[in-house]
Structures are given as structure tokens and as C-alpha cells.
Design a protein around this ligand. Structure first.
Ligand SMILES: C[C@H](CCC[C@@H](C)[C@H]1CC[C@H]2[C@@H]3[C@H](O)C[C@@H]4C[C@H](O)CC[C@]4(C)[C@H]3C[C@H](O)[C@]12C)C(=O)SCCNC(=O)CCNC(=O)[C@H](O)C(C)(C)COP(=O)(O)OP(=O)(O)OC[C@H]1O[C@@H](n2cnc3c(N)ncnc32)[C@H](O)[C@@H]1OP(=O)(O)O
Length: 408
């Protein structure tokens, strides 16, 4: 959890609280989602759907581990259910009978082994959107292999393009496969399938492979190869840290500025802001001069603080911005003006859901994330289980409840 200290109530912005009502239905109101608990990509997928109004139930493991490892539980409720026991698997089948969407994050074969494969669940509920969010997809040589973000980015071809000159390929955190190519594209697949269902009345399987997701996200790279943008070795091209005008530079106070002055008219403004004379410089696209130009830019940026450079470049089209820390990003005037970051009841700061819809924007929950099993009973009742059936599931140790902790 981040300290609250520097961030004032302004962060709560003008966004109405979910509990107070948004003054209208959210885009996904009424959509019932079951998300089987996973590592990082499926939780983001579920959180996006919850932010935009879906009723998302996270199905956690029972017997449960001490703490929820899902830090993207915003707006979700938790049901703790042991799927390895036949009554647990049967309970999930019943839940799926009343759900619109199931998100499962296991490697291929796990759901089938539990008797919860798509043939079974779609047979019982033909309207179900069965989303399978995996690294390697449902078929192919690696379908049953373990892997993580870096492996998926590697297999997509994209990792070979990332990294600085002379260095090994470098994965930018686990943002590309887990989140962009995984969680976000899976959410898109679900929305597309939900839209199609309004016409056909039928559900379907969404096979969201993160390898393919990140490859698809990188279509621009694939389709721009003939433009000569990527002919040079890694780290020596236009957008991969080769060009002096698409780079970060350290300032005198140890911070950084980001420069993205690609087009000539914007590059001219960069040169002007740096106090240079373009007549005395090589042309912008003279590749052989790039290393020397970088050194020159670096020595100039090192002469002023980040704030001084912001005073020079703010309000120009030089495409120069400060590299903000997580502490500073929510406090930046632009982000404050748009309420781009929000603070929940626990004083935790996180990005506001995007994109912003004009009539039915997301209204994220401001409550803390659910404890594992916090809503077990209420969810089962809501999905049509009787008190007697719930009591039996408890006594059979197939479900767990975590009310005690929730009430602390
Ligand atoms: C780079 C990222 C990964 C980042 C993850 C981090 C966010 C977290 C990793 C470690 C965490 C920390 C750690 O846990 C210690 C602390 C714990 C504390 O509680 C919280 C703080 C921690 C510091 C904690 C903090 C963070 O959470 C961490 C740092 C990625 O790339 S994520 C993407 C990974 N890939 C995929 O998701 C692709 C699809 N999935 C897979 O390929 C596999 O699932 C995977 C990921 C390889 C894992 O393989 P595994 O063998 O473990 O599982 P599966 O084969 O899929 O089978 C699942 C089995 O579980 C059974 N099961 C599932 N649900 C239930 C249930 N409700 N009841 C009973 N049983 C259940 C299922 O039947 C399967 O059983 P079998 O194996 O017997 O078939």
C-alpha cells in the first residue's frame, strides 16, 4: 500500500462513487462474470470488466492460502471453492449455468481434467462466453508448458526488437504479454463475443494466447518493415533508443526528460529549446551522426533540473515531457486536471479506468479488494443455491468463508 501523505483529496476528483451510484447504468451492468483466480493477466481482465460495471466473482481456491495474491481485485467479490473435489466442480458448473462469462487462466488441459471443459459448460449454458487466457494458447507444441510474460514476448518475436545497442533483449516489466497482449486483449475478446451474442444468442470460446496477443499488438512493427524503420540492429533504429530525438536524458537533479520529437517541425522546436542552431547540426536523419548527437543532447540536458526543462518545453510542440515517478505522476498538473489517478478507501492510489466513455464511464469501486472467501455465501445464494445446499458444501469443506477477517 502506498502512503497517503503527499496526495490530497483532489485525487478523488469529480468521479462519483460506485456506492453512491453513477447516475446511470454502466456499460457492462448486468453482465455476470466468473474469474478463476490466476496470477496477473486474468485479474486485470476481470478488473477491467468490473470497472465498467460487470458483476465479477473471483473464484479463489479452497482450502485458501493466507492472503489473496491478486492485487487487481477492485470491484470483485470472492468465492472460495475447491474445484478438485467433485461437489466443488459441480458447484462451478451450476454457477456457469447462470453466468455470462467465465475467465480461466490455467494451462490447457487443467479445466478438462476437472470436468469443466468448454464442451461441458457450453452444452449446459450455450450463451456462456468461455474465455481461456493462457500464454501459449489451447493448441500447439507449448500449449501444456509453463511460462511467464518474458517467454511469451520472446516467442512472439517482439522481444528480439527490445533493448539497447549492444545489449541483450530486454523485457519491459511484464507489461507487454501479461497485460497488453493478455488481460486487455482477452477483455476485448470477451466484449466482442458479448456483442456478437446479442445477434446470435450464442456464446463461444475465446482462446486468448498471450504470444498471439502481443504479436497482434505489434502489428505496426510487422507491417512497417518495408518502410526501412527497423533495418538496423537492435537499439540503433528510430524508436528503439537509436535516435537522439527519441530518448530519455538525465537532468542536473538526477531526474529524466523524455524526448519524442520525430517530425521535422517538432524536432526544430526541440533544437530551439536546447539552445542549438540547426544550421550547425547534421540533418535529423543522419544515422551515422546519431551517437554524437545523443552525447551532445545528454550534456545539454544535464545542465538544468527537470523542472527547469519543463518550464522551457511545456506549452511547445517539442514533444518533451518529464519522466515522472509513481509519487509524482498523480500530482502532475495535467493528470490532476483529468483526475487520471484515483484513491480508494484505503488511501491506495491507482490509475483511473480508461478509456473515458462520455455517457457510461467506468465507475471503479473505492472499496478495498476482497478477502478470499469474503462473499462465498451471498454469491451462492445469488446464483440460486439454497441455505441447505450451502451448509452441505461447508460441512464437506468444499467452500470457505472469510467473514471474520472481512469484519475486522
Ligand atoms: C510475470 C508474471 C507473474 C507475476 C506474478 C506475481 C504477481 C506473483 C508471483 C509470486 C507472487 C508472490 C508470492 O506468491 C509470495 C507472496 C504471497 C503473498 O500471499 C502475497 C505477496 C507475495 C509476495 C506474492 C505477490 C505476487 O502475487 C507474486 C509476486 C506472469 O507472467 S503471470 C502469467 C503466467 N502465465 C499464465 O497465466 C498462462 C496460463 N497459465 C499457466 O500457464 C499456468 O497456470 C502457470 C502460470 C504456468 C502456473 O502453473 P501451475 O502448474 O501452477 O498451474 P496450472 O497448471 O495452470 O494448474 C492450476 C492448478 O490449480 C488447481 N486449481 C485451480 N483453482 C483451483 C481451486 N479453486 N480449487 C482447487 N484447485 C484449483 C487446478 O486444478 C490445477 O491443478 P493441477 O496442477 O493438479 O492440474
Amino acid at each position: 500500500m502506498r502512503p497517503a501523505g503527499r496526495h490530497g483529496p483532489a485525487l478523488r476528483g469529480s468521479m462519483s462513487r460506485r456506492s453512491a451510484g453513477s447516475g446511470g447504468a454502466m456499460a457492462l451492468s448486468g453482465v455476470r462474470v466468473l474469474e478463476l483466480a490466476g496470477l496477473a493477466p486474468a485479474p486485470l481482465c476481470g478488473m477491467i470488466l468490473a470497472d465498467f460495471g460487470a458483476r465479477v466473482v473471483r473464484v479463489d481456491r479452497a482450502p485458501r492460502s493466507a492472503v489473496a495474491t491478486d492485487v487487481q481485485g477492485r470491484g470483485k467479490r470472492s468465492l472460495a471453492l475447491d474445484l478438485k473435489r467433485p461437489p466443488g466442480a459441480a458447484a462451478l458448473r451450476r454457477l456457469c449455468g447462470r453466468a455470462d462469462v467465465l475467465i480461466e487462466p490455467f494451462r490447457h488441459g487443467v479445466m478438462e481434467k476437472l470436468g469443466l471443459g468448454p464442451e461441458v459448460l457450453l452444452h449446459e449454458n450455450p450463451r456462456l462466453i468461455y474465455a481461456r487466457l493462457t500464454g501459449f494458447g489451447q493448441t500447439g507444441k507449448y500449449a501444456k508448458s509453463a511460462g511467464h510474460d518474458i517467454n511469451y514476448v520472446a516467442l512472439s518475436g517482439v522481444l528480439s526488437k527490445l533493448g539497447r545497442k549492444g545489449e541483450n533483449p530486454y523485457a519491459p516489466l511484464n507489461l507487454l504479454a501479461d497485460f497488453a497482449g493478455g488481460g486487455v486483449l482477452c477483455a476485448l475478446g470477451i466484449i466482442i463475443a458479448l456483442y456478437e451474442r446479442t445477434i446470435s444468442g450464442k456464446g463461444q470460446v475465446v482462446d486468448a494466447s498471450m504470444v498471439e496477443g502481443i504479436a497482434y499488438i505489434s502489428s505496426f512493427l510487422w507491417k512497417s518493415q518495408n518502410l526501412g524503420l527497423w533495418n538496423r540492429p537492435r537499439g540503433e533504429n528510430l524508436l528503439d533508443s537509436g535516435a537522439p530525438f527519441y530518448e530519455t536524458y538525465k537532468t542536473s537533479d538526477g531526474k529524466f526528460m523524455a524526448v519524442g520529437a520525430i517530425e521535422p517541425q517538432f524536432y526544430d522546436q526541440l533544437i530551439k529549446g536546447l539552445g542549438l542552431d540547426s544550421n550547425k547540426l547534421p540533418s535529423q536523419l543522419s544515422f551515422s551522426d546519431w551517437p554524437e548527437m545523443k552525447k551532445m543532447f545528454a550534456s545539454i540536458f544535464a545542465q538544468k533540473t527537470q523542472s527547469e526543462w519543463c518550464s522551457i518545453f511545456d506549452g511547445t510542440d517539442a514533444c518533451v515531457t518529464p519522466v515522472l515517478s509513481f509519487d509524482d505522476a498523480p500530482l502532475h498538473q495535467h493528470n490532476k486536471q483529468r483526475s487520471s489517478f484515483i484513491k480508494n478507501d484505503q488511501e491506495e492510489i491507482s490509475p483511473r479506468p480508461a478509456p473515458l466513455l462520455s455517457r457510461t464511464p467506468a465507475v471503479p469501486s473505492f472499496k478495498r479488494d476482497p478477502f478470499i472467501g469474503e462473499h462465498t455465501e451471498e454469491i451462492l445464494l445469488e446464483y440460486g443455491f439454497t441455505q441447505e445446499e450451502i451448509a452441505k458444501l461447508y460441512s464437506d469443506k468444499v467452500i470457505e468463508s472469510n467473514k471474520l477477517k472481512a469484519n475486522l
